[in-house]
Write a new protein. Sequence first.
Length: 225
Amino acid sequence: MQVIVENVNKIYQIETEALIVLAEVNFKIEAGDFLVITGPSGAGKTTILNLLGTLDEPSGGRILYDGVEAGSLSPNQIADFRREHIGFVFQFYNLIPQLSAQENVMLPLLPTMKHLDFDLEERAAALLAQVGLDGKGNKYPYQLSGGEQQRVAIARALVNTPSMILADEPTGNLDAEIGEQILHILQDINREQGVTIVLVTHNEGFTHYGTRVLRIDKTKLNTVR
Ligand SMILES: Nc1ncnc2c1ncn2[C@@H]1O[C@H](COP(=O)(O)OP(=O)(O)O)[C@@H](O)[C@H]1O
Ligand SMILES: [Mg+2]
């Protein structure tokens, strides 16, 4: 999937104050890119990722997905689009504590389970094995380390065979070494399965994972490479 971000603005209105976070931002994401977006805390990284993930709408401009503008779709169509094409990974994993690892991985597709042409339990087990958690499907989040919980979250992000995974500071809560393991998993997914990855991080030390790097600086996204 190709994503085109065209003249995008994002302004938060807080009482009488307007906070301009993004102004006239333009960039493209090609299928198979590993795009790293850096910038200091508060620069707008989560904002841009939420826009790319159709979780939020631009204040101006538009975002096209293979030529289709998200803003032209109905809320139901956007929800379908997101479920079919996008996987999310967050800093704090966002696993459901009452569900096992395997159930957490299955969750995004549970609403459509009847219509699937494959066995969802089998796919979840295979994805857990892919991220190095073979045999841990019955564990609950509290029984897993932070790094293991993030692996579950990556397996969950893959369950819908997404075109693009959006990762918001996925190593922000992990020790450096565990964080590198998580980034290697994302790199393998990108290289071996061709899934587009967009990683946002304040950590400049992670830019080498990117095939392309952008930096947010004062409402602009500048190309680093
Ligand atoms: N829903 C919101 N309403 C008002 N201001 C917001 C909202 N979300 C984010 N902001 C502000 O927008 C700026 C960018 O936030 P964010 O995208 O979360 O930055 P980052 O992820 O780079 O730390 C910050 O100043 C933040 O306080
Ligand atoms: Mg953020």
